[in-house]
Design a protein around this ligand. Structure first.
Ligand code: PLP
Length: 394
C-alpha cells in the first residue's frame, strides 16, 4: 500500500517500525477512516463524550489571573472531564475503534498514570482486557494512579529497563504489540508513534479546540489572540491547536518542560533543544546525545517527562506556524500555586508549565488581547508530591 500524504507532516512522522506491524497499522488506518465517516460510530462516540466524560468542558473566564497577566484569560477546563484530564477523549475513541476491529485486548503505556487511568477506565466501561506498561520510577511517583488502574481491573506491568519512565514503558508496549497484534489494540496516549497514530490521536482530541473555538466566539465575539498549552507528547496542545491552525492571526504557543534549565542535561525540551531523529516509530524532534542515542528526559511532571514530541509539532515548529517555549520545574511549581490561589483551580503540574509561560508573559499584551489556555488536567494527582517538595524546602 502506498503511504498516504497524511502519513507525514512535512518531513516528520512516517512509520519506522518492524515489518510485522505494517499490516496492523494499515488495518488501523483503514478502520479509523471508515469509523470517522460512519455516522453511527460518530454518534456513539459523541454520546459517550457527552454522557460519560461530561463534555462539552466549560470555558471559564479567569478574572484574577487576567488582572495579573494584563490580558483576558480564558481557561478550557479539561480538568473537569471524567478522570480529570484530556486523555479520556482519546482513550474512549480508540477503545470504541478496537471493538469495531474485533479486538478485545487493550495495551497502553503510561507516564504520569493519567493515560493508563484513561485506558483502564475505557476498558472497564466496555469490558475489555487492559494491560498497562509503566516505568518503575513513574509507579513510585504516581502510586495512587497505579492503584486506580488496578481498582478498575487493569493489569499494570512494571518496566525496569532504561530510565524506568515513559520512554521505556512505550518500548515495552510496542514489544507486546508486535507479539500479540492479532488480538490486541495498542492505545497510544499522545500524538506520537507511527502513522496513523499522530493524526488519529489529534483528531480524537480535536474536540477540545472545536468546543473552545465556538465558546470563544459565543462569549467574546471573536477568536483568541493566542492559544497556550503544555507539550509533552503534544496531544492536549494539538487537540486545542487544530481548530485554529488555519486562523493565521491566532498565535499558537506550546510550552515544554525545561526541567532544571535548558542549559543543563535535565529537561524535556525536545523542540527547543533536540534535533530530528527516530523514536517509537516516527521521525520528530528528539533529545539525543552526540551519537544519536536517546538522551533521558527530565521533568518535575511525569506527563512531560518524554524525550520526543509528536511529529506534527515538529512540523508546526519548523514552519513557524506555532511557537514553542520552555519553562523550568521551579517556574511550574510556582505557577501551580498561583493558579490555585488566584482562581481556585489546582492545575496538573503539566498544565502548570503553560500557566508559568503566561505568568512570564506579563507586559507583552494589550488589555484587549484574549488568551485561551488549555487546563489539560487537574492537580489532585500532584498535591502529595508538591507538598513533600515544599516540606523539604523548609
Ligand atoms: C499526559 C498529560 C499531559 C501531557 O501529554 P500531552 O500529550 O502533551 O498532552 C499534559 N497534561 C496532563 C494533565 C496530562 O495528563
Amino acid at each position: 500500500m502506498l503511504p498516504k500524504a497524511t502519513d507525514r507532516f512535512g518531513e516528520f512522522g512516517g512509520r519506522y517500525v518492524p515489518e510485522t506491524l505494517i499490516p496492523a497499522l494499515d488495518e488501523l488506518e483503514f478502520a479509523f477512516d471508515a469509523a470517522m465517516s460512519d455516522p453511527d460510530f460518530v454518534r456513539t462516540y459523541a454520546d459517550l463524550l457527552r454522557d460519560y466524560v461530561g463534555r462539552p468542558s466549560p470555558l471559564s473566564d479567569a478574572p484574577r489571573l487576567s488582572e495579573r497577566v494584563g490580558a483576558k484569560v480564558y481557561l478550557k477546563r479539561e480538568d473537569l472531564n471524567h478522570t480529570g484530564a484530556h486523555k479520556i477523549n482519546n482513550a474512549l475513541g480508540q477503545a470504541l475503534l478496537a471493538m469495531r476491529m474485533g479486538k478485545r485486548r487493550i495495551i497502553a503505556e503510561t507516564g504520569a498514570g493519567q493515560h493508563g487511568v484513561a485506558a483502564a477506565t475505557a476498558c472497564a466501561r466496555f469490558g475489555l482486557e487492559c494491560v498497562v506498561y509503566m516505568g518503575e520510577t513513574d509507579m513510585e511517583r504516581q502510586e495512587l494512579n497505579v492503584f486506580r488502574m488496578r481498582l478498575m481491573g487493569a493489569t499494570v506491568v512494571p518496566v525496569s529497563s532504561g530510565t524506568r519512565t515513559l520512554k521505556d514503558a512505550t518500548t515495552e508496549a510496542i514489544r507486546d504489540w508486535v507479539t500479540n497484534v492479532e488480538t490486541t489494540h495498542y492505545i497510544i496516549g499522545s500524538v506520537v508513534g507511527p502513522a496513523p497514530y499522530p493524526r488519529m490521536v489529534r483528531d480524537l482530541q480535536s474536540v477540545i479546540g472545536r468546543e473552545a473555538r465556538e465558546q470563544m466566539l459565543a462569549r467574546t465575539g471573536g477568536l483568541p489572540t493566542a492559544v497556550v498549552a503544555c507539550v509533552g507528547g503534544g496531544s492536549n496542545a494539538m487537540g486545542i491547536f487544530h481548530a485554529f491552525v488555519d486562523d493565521a492571526a491566532v498565535r499558537l504557543v506550546g510550552v515544554e518542560a525545561a526541567g532544571e534549565g535548558l542549559n543543563t542535561e535535565h529537561h524535556s525540551a525536545s523542540l527547543s533543544r533536540g534535533r530530528p531523529g527516530v523514536l517509537h516509530g516516527a521521525l520528530s524532534y528528539l533529545l539525543q546525545d552526540k551519537n544519536g542515542q536517546v538522551h533521558p528526559a527530565h521533568s518535575i511532571s511525569a506527563g512531560l517527562d518524554y524525550p520526543g514530541v509528536g511529529p506534527e509539532h515538529s512540523f508546526l515548529h519548523d514552519s513557524k506556524r506555532a511557537e514553542y517555549a520552555a519553562v523550568t520545574d521551579s517556574a511550574a511549581l510556582e505557577a501551580f500555586g498561583v493558579l490555585s490561589r488566584l482562581e481556585g483551580v489546582i492545575p496538573a503540574l503539566e498544565t502548570s508549565h503553560a500557566v508559568a509561560w503566561l505568568l512570564d508573559s506579563v507586559g507583552t499584551w494589550s488589555p484587549s488581547d484574549k488568551v485561551l489556555l488549555c487546563v489539560s488536567g487537574r492537580g489532585d494527582k500532584d498535591v502529595a508530591q508538591v507538598r513533600a517538595m515544599q516540606g523539604n524546602a523548609r
